[in-house]
Design a protein around this ligand. Structure first.
Ligand SMILES: C[S@@+](CC[C@H](N)C(=O)[O-])C[C@H]1O[C@@H](n2cnc3c(N)ncnc32)[C@H](O)[C@@H]1O
Length: 199
């Protein structure tokens, strides 16, 4: 699979990945990671976790992927075609403020995305999503409707889901992603959190 550090792109095979993961029991994956700030934040504060950021847009990842952290990795991939090397490895998946085709696939229950999420999940894996109203308005629906659709699609795809919860702007401000900060201080700080575990 293609990984990135700064401007350098590197191919990492299963053997190389297993070497990197050797001393870590908990693997987190942030899908649609954007600039990777969240991954860097988690990796710096949790040296026993291995944190992987995945995004289809390499330009966004340049800054934070440059940090030399032994427990962080940035992968260039489409959410609908997650690399097979990740299969069965991930204990916790996060999707923060998806837009574009990632949001579209969540809303339609796209099997390529749903099967990929299941494939990368370790036994008892958990998932956490944060959705914002602006992205859903752009996708043609209100936040509650979009969140309910995604909730239903994840249920159908085999996740045991908790009831969606509103995110206060205080909660948004405390979430260390670039978009959370933008939203918290923007005009429409409305967001919903979804979480669940694999059945
Ligand atoms: C609004 S940004 C959020 C970035 C980050 N999660 C944050 O909270 O700051 C949405 C991200 O989803 C990524 N994205 C959209 N469609 C994708 C896809 N099909 N596969 C992977 N990433 C995708 C975009 O490139 C973008 O970086």
């Amino acid at each position: 699979m293609e990984t990135i550090r700064g401007k350098m792109s590197l191919d990492l095979d299963l053997i190389g990945l297993n070497d990197r993961l050797a001393n870590f029991s908990r693997v987190l994956l942030d899908l649609g990671t954007g600039d990777g700030r969240y991954v860097r934040h988690l990796a710096e504060r949790n040296p026993r976790w291995f944190v992987i950021g995945v995004d289809s847009c390499r330009e966004n990842l340049r800054k934070h992927s440059r940090a030399k952290l032994p427990n962080a990795l940035f992968v260039i991939a489409n959410a609908q075609e997650l690399p097979r090397e990740l299969n069965g490895l991930v204990s916790h998946i996060t999707i923060n403020f998806p837009w574009g085709s990632l949001l579209e696939s969540l809303l339609t229950g796209d099997s390529k995305l749903m099967c990929g999420l299941e494939a990368i999940s370790h036994e008892n894996a958990s998932i956490e999503l944060h959705l914002n109203s602006g992205a859903l308005t752009d996708a043609g629906m209100v936040l509650e409707t979009g969140a309910k659709k995604i909730y239903d699609n994840l249920l159908q795809a085999g996740w045991r889901m908790n009831e969606p919860g509103w995110m206060e702007s205080r909660l948004l401000r405390s979430l260390p992603t670039t978009w959370a900060k933008r939203l918290a201080f923007g005009r429409e700080p409305q967001a919903v959190a979804l979480s669940g575990t694999i059945k």
